[in-house]
Ligand binder design. Structure first.
Ligand code: GDP
Ligand code: MG
Length: 293
């Protein structure tokens, strides 16, 4: 059998389950998942390798109207995922209301790339509601193949994978056949810390913070990590640290546990908090944090 390889881009509005599906298809927990919108800020490749094929899934940030420069970068990642894709998985769910980001959907509908319109979260919907949604989406994206799934309950996702494989173009692999992702380990370490911030802090705090790994020293038995949480304002620094440092301590403990199981090594972690005024709008910071512009 000739070798197949291609890019499969996972796009859609915030919170519809893109990262949940991406992790499931890739078979690894590369993307962090929370109930909060804008959990994913980067385009993350998850690579599936078999003897006869290599699929490069890209998980992307949810489509949004940018309100600051960080979000402009996030939208760029989602748009670039469209143009480089061999197959597009456009994700919606049974909960979101239509009308958000219609321009993005229009762009998708003009592409010649094969499109799957994935209706996720059917575990929280009725048959009747689902049938209505199918009719609705057939109208909006007539060329798309419609796939109702539940990424959480792993319903119909095997069929989706099989169908992706059928449509995958013939091509030599794009990456080494032992590669799992395009991102370095320290990226995932910073993501794990950011996931804890999304889980433990409320309101604008998760959206005002960025995690930078200043030091990542790997020995045979142990990894020493120094991380910095950047916040936008002084008041946010106090909130991250918490009364008597308790909040930051909890964050460190929970992050360490997950990082240890991710790296499969003992981890020693130190976390500092730093005010980087209005970093979300400053090219210097964004570039330093790895956002392309
Ligand atoms: P993203 O922002 O599109 O990447 O969405 P996430 O993958 O981060 O998921 C957002 C939320 O939806 C999380 O709380 C997930 O647990 C939840 N979720 C994802 N897939 C499903 C599903 O099939 N059913 C239900 N009920 N919830 C889901
Ligand atoms: Mg996501």
């Amino acid at each position: 059998m000739p070798h197949k390889s291609g890019f499969v881009s996972i796009v859609g509005n915030p919170n519809v389950g893109k990262s949940t599906l991406s992790n499931l298809l890739v078979g690894e927990r590369l993307s962090i998942i929370t109930s909060k919108a804008q959990t994913t800020r980067h385009k993350i490749f998850g690579i599936v390798n078999e003897k006869d094929y290599q699929i490069i899934f890209s998980d992307t940030p949810g489509v949004l109207e940018p309100a600051y420069k960080l979000q402009e970068s996030m939208l760029k990642y989602s748009k670039s995922a469209l143009t480089e894709a061999d197959i597009i998985l456009f994700i919606t769910d049974t909960i979101e209301k239509y009308g958000k980001n219609e321009n993005f959907i229009k762009t998708v509908s003009t592409l010649n790339t094969p499109i799957f319109l994935i209706i996720n979260k059917i575990d929280v919907s009725t048959q009747e509601e689902l049938e209505k949604l199918v009719v609705f989406w057939k109208n909006i994206l007539p060329s798309a193949e419609i796939f109702p799934i539940s990424a959480l309950k792993k319903f119909n996702t095997d069929n989706l994978f099989k169908r992706i494989l059928e449509l995958l173009p013939q091509s030599p692999p794009y990456f080494d056949k032992d590669a799992l992702t395009d991102k370095p380990q320290r990226f995932f370490v910073s993501e794990i810390i950011r996931e804890k911030i999304l889980l433990y802090y409320q309101k604008e705090i998760p959206y005002s913070t960025e995690v930078e790994i200043e030091e990542f020293k790997e020995a045979t038995q142990r990894v020493d990590i120094k991380a910095v949480i950047h916040v936008m304002r002084d008041s946010q620094k106090g909130i991250i640290i918490g009364h008597q440092g308790k909040a930051l301590k909890k964050l460190g403990i929970e992050a360490r546990k997950d990082i240890e199981s991710f790296l499969d090594k003992k981890v020693n972690i130190q976390i500092f908090v730093k005010v980087s005024k209005d970093w979300r709008n400053k090219d210097k910071f964004l570039k330093n944090f790895g956002y392309e512009h």
